[in-house]
Ligand binder design. Structure first.
Ligand SMILES: [Zn+2]
Length: 678
């Protein structure tokens, strides 16, 4: 993007962020999740950091909160209710500590206090002589709304607090979070549904909506909860831990998983632990709050901009993020149904990198209105695969392209037919055969990708992760990790296996392609002919070289290759002339597949000798035996003929042994054979 385009993007982002911020803060509505909102804000912040001259005073990054609504009375906070700065990575946490140390010219003594960050609404409760007098929203941080009557309906909020001998203040400002439990949220939404009303997007939305009802009875009909987390001013305690203890003592509920942590690495551990356990909590949390424990140091650290320097919200990886649709391609299912899949600019969602999302069918594309080049919201809950939930049309640049369902099948070029909401390849065998070919591609003798069994290939196809063999080499750990039944480790294993097997010998490569009638033996003889033609001396060959040379072979030339009959030659010839196959080979090259030259050992003592193997060998597999023979210059044939030099007799040798006797071909046992290989 050039500067002009960047400015355009910034302007669009600002407008969109303003719109959602206004909806959220002023009308308690949200059309996109907080996480998606955050990624938009982050993108804006990043652009502004890179181009500070493009920051304007009206940028959403320069403001907090929303405007108070007119319907409630206004109350000025004694001390502003500020929000914390966010951190999204360990690196940002380390920077935060560094900044504090630079400011203090010292280490942060006394450790930190860690607590879960409730996903609710911050309020301030004003107690006069132990009696709840006022309850106020955060509002814009300086001025909030008087929602006392509504807050009084919440059971967790004490109307009267116990007297304490040590700390006996006439006025006590208690701050905390009003939230709704997941169970209550479900109950409310079920009721909404039953009444035919709109359901809510998340518990916080309902909590916010309920709190700001003009009629407290409505608030009371929804069970809201409250956790206290601090005070609106210094009450003379030494550290934040004592403040939490004091809150509990005088009768406030405090989130019970709070913990004193001795240093930053402990704080990070605390966050990572709860990121994994968050689903098990009965309420939504979107991160943890880490605060300098000692109050004197916290005070000394003061403020940076609008946020206290001594505290930070270390957020969990968002379950939603925004990213761009790079391309929409189609993928064929077992029954021949074509499924559009969106290739995404890699983005982190719920802790893993996502690179694509299935779009299910053509109607889904129409419903979302998604185009190639669009900025979209991708979301993922729990172990579910990612999906596009929203298209941010406001961010369009005019270069976006409509997706068109292809007229012909991307796999075999057959005509595409419409079948209800689905599009199908008119060749009924296409889908199933495509699967078999992919399974063959990764099997032993071919690419030999261990850990990628037929079931996994099926799964990857179903999830839209791969459409053809070449896509396998683009898989990312995150794509696999998020599938149920896979973890970080198994994903990691698959990815490193794929990376390792990107280099393949020519015969194996030809065998992997599922060319009709080309089994391992035929692949070998063709490879040899090709190697001679190409004079393979180089360490590595390009897939494109193979393609070019194979296309140069005439039908007659192919027929001349030893053991290749006219039928096989025709199939091979046709395969390499087919456009889809040509594209697949080009894609394999592009995705990093390389042909390594099989280094023939200098010792070619079996040169020209033809072997036939029969029965089971004890010391090695049949595959290994074939490979060893070839390495020493020998050849392996499937059937015994007069040309055969040796028949290796293994355990339970079959009819080949009889044939060898009949023709008088030399038979050797395994021990003799092993001796020959030495
Ligand atoms: Zn097809």
């Amino acid at each position: 993007m050039d500067k002009k385009e960047i400015k355009k993007r910034i302007d669009r982002l600002k407008k969109l962020i303003e719109k959602h911020r206004d909806l959220y803060h002023t009308y308690d509505r949200s059309e996109i999740s907080d996480a998606a909102f955050d990624t938009l804000k982050n993108e804006l912040e990043e652009l502004e950091n890179k181009y500070p001259d493009l920051i304007t005073p009206d940028s959403p990054t320069q403001k907090v909160g929303g405007r108070p609504l007119k319907k409630f009375g206004k109350i000025v906070h004694k001390n502003p209710m500020l929000s914390l700065n966010d951190a999204f990575s360990e690196e940002e946490m380390k920077k935060w500590e560094e900044k504090m140390e630079n400011y203090l010219k010292d280490k942060v003594k006394g450790g930190f206090y860690a607590e879960l960050k409730m996903d609710g609404l911050a309020v301030e409760l004003i107690y006069k002589n132990g009696i709840l007098e006022k309850g106020v929203t955060r509002g814009d941080g300086k001025i909030g709304e008087d929602i006392t009557d509504n807050l009084k309906t919440i059971k967790d909020i004490p109307l009267k607090i116990e007297k304490d001998r040590k700390i006996n203040k006439e006025e006590l400002l208690v701050r905390g979070e009003v939230y709704m439990t997941k169970a209550e949220f479900e109950r409310v939404n079920k009721e909404q549904e039953k009444n035919g009303w709109k359901t809510y997007a998340n518990p916080r939305n309902v909590a916010a909506g309920s709190l700001r009802q003009l009629d407290p009875k409505i608030t009371a009909s929804r069970k809201l909860s409250f956790y206290a987390y601090g005070f609106g001013e210094d009450i003379g305690l030494e550290n934040h831990k004592e403040e939490h203890e004091f809150l509990r003592k005088i009768g406030f509920p405090v989130e019970e998983n709070d913990e004193e942590v001795k240093d930053l690495s402990e704080a990070i551990k605390f966050r990572n632990k709860w990121e994994k356990k968050r689903e098990k909590l009965s309420y939504e949390v979107d991160g943890v709050v880490i605060r300098v424990n000692r109050n004197d140091i916290f005070e000394r650290l003061g403020f940076v901009g609008k946020a206290p320097r001594g505290g930070i919200a270390y957020k969990f990886s968002p379950k939603e993020a925004t990213t761009k649709v790079k391309n929409i391609r189609v993928q064929i299912g077992r029954t021949g149904i074509l499924t559009p899949v969106a290739d995404l600019k890699p983005v982190e969602v719920a802790g893993v990198i996502i690179t694509h999302a299935t779009l299910h069918n053509f109607d889904e594309i129409k419903r979302l209105g998604v185009k190639i080049g669009d900025t979209v919201v991708v979301s993922r809950a729990g172990d579910v695969i990612p999906k596009i939930t929203n298209v941010l049309k406001e961010l369009r640049e005019g270069k976006e392209k409509e997706f068109k369902m292809p007229n012909v099948c991307p796999v075999d070029g057959s005509k595409v037919e419409k079948d209800g909401v689905y599009f199908k390849c008119s060749n009924k065998k296409c889908g199933a055969r495509h699967r078999e070919e992919l399974q063959h591609f990764v099997a032993r003798g071919a690419f030999d990708l261990r850990g990628l069994g037929p079931k996994i290939i099926d799964r990857f196809l179903d999830e839209g992760m791969i459409a053809d063999a070449a896509d396998i080499f683009l898989l990312k750990q995150g794509d696999i990790e998020i599938l149920e039944g896979f973890g970080k480790k198994s994903a990691d294993n698959i990815i490193s296996e794929i990376a390792e097997k990107k280099e393949i010998t020519l015969p194996r490569f030809l065998y992997a392609l599922s060319i009709p009638q080309v089994g391992e033996e035929t692949a070998h003889v063709i490879a040899e002919q090709l190697a001679r033609k190409l004079k393979i001396e180089r360490e590595k060959l390009k897939v494109n070289d193979i393609l070019r040379e194979m296309q140069k072979f005439s039908l007659e030339e192919l027929q001349e290759i030893k053991d290749v009959g006219p039928k096989v030659a025709k199939d091979v010839y046709d395969w390499f002339q087919e456009k889809n196959n040509e594209e697949l080979l080009k894609k394999l090259e592009k995705n990093g597949v390389e042909i390594k030259a099989e280094k023939k050992e200098i010792n070619l003592k079996l040169e020209g000798k033809i072997f036939v193997l029969t029965g089971g060998l004890e010391k090695m597999s049949r595959e290994e035996a074939k490979e060893k023979i070839r390495k020493l210059g020998g050849d392996v044939s499937e059937s015994v003929s007069k040309k055969t030099d040796y028949v290796v007799i293994g355990k339970e040798a079959g009819s080949k042994k009889e044939k060898a006797k009949e023709l008088g071909v030399k038979m050797i046992r395994e021990e003799e054979f092993l001796e020959m290989l030495k």
